[in-house]
Design a protein around this ligand. Sequence first.
Ligand SMILES: NC(=O)c1ccc[n+]([C@@H]2O[C@H](COP(=O)([O-])OP(=O)(O)OC[C@H]3O[C@@H](n4cnc5c(N)ncnc54)[C@H](OP(=O)(O)O)[C@@H]3O)[C@@H](O)[C@H]2O)c1
Length: 259
Amino acid sequence: MDKKEVETLFDVKGKVALVTGATGSLGSHICLGYGLAGVKVKMTGRNKEKLEKLYNEYTAKGIDCAYSAGDPTVEEDVIRIVKETVDKYGEINILVTAHGLNNPKSIIDHTLEDWQAIIDANVKGTWLYCKYVGEQLIKQGKGGKVILVSSARSKIGMKNYTGYCTSKGGVDLMAQSLACEWGEYGINVNTFNPTVFRSDLTEWMFHDDTAQTKFLTRIPIGRLGEPEDFVGIAIFLASKASDFITGANIPVDGGYWAN
Ligand SMILES: NC(=O)c1ccc[n+]([C@@H]2O[C@H](COP(=O)([O-])OP(=O)(O)OC[C@H]3O[C@@H](n4cnc5c(N)ncnc54)[C@H](OP(=O)(O)O)[C@@H]3O)[C@@H](O)[C@H]2O)c1
């Protein structure tokens, strides 16, 4: 190992990433972080207007990016978006699934349709992207990095979370199973597992003393997350520095799992 190898361990410049949920709090920050690190970023989500706005904002910063609107739970959309990414950039090296849905309700109040929508978004949508990007990565024959956004709730139950916890537990095991399937192709598959971070849905918690007190007693770092907190792990898991890590469910949670 020489100095240059160490200095370039985290270098992701020139790679091509496909990021789902790019319109969301976490997804948009990962696209920005990757773009500023020199990654070519294909952004996707269902909301075309939001994608266009991000595209304008990021290209103005000199980022090489593109977007395709589509639903991660619709197979034809996923096939099309993977193809459009390859048509635009020639290949895919990194997949990040950062889309997701929660709709907390008791099992009694949840309809089957409510529950199914969570499972479809979080499990089916992730599986479909893994299937079609995985096929492309295997065809390219030079490995790849698959990064699934899970949750600290994947291994800890919670009242009113029979949809969300179940779905994120599924995402963790999907990564472990795919790690076993794709090790021989040099494709790393990992999750990172956040605790609460700032988004449209969680913003209220940052202004609610009861919620803050309840959560912060469990978080040794002493604060809730910010979307920027996940850019480092997303770059690490996309880089050479993580080549020997696969099938891992990595907490990025201020110590929540440790406490
Ligand atoms: N925020 C937290 O505290 C927290 C904690 C732990 C884990 N997470 C996980 O982190 C990821 C990103 O969360 P976030 O807070 O950034 O969420 P967010 O801001 O709500 O963004 C999520 C994105 O997912 C897409 N989406 C929403 N519902 C969908 C559905 N039914 N089908 C398909 N796509 C859907 C939306 O994009 P379009 O409308 O454009 O499709 C949305 O922009 C999710 O997997 C979430 O479960 C979040």
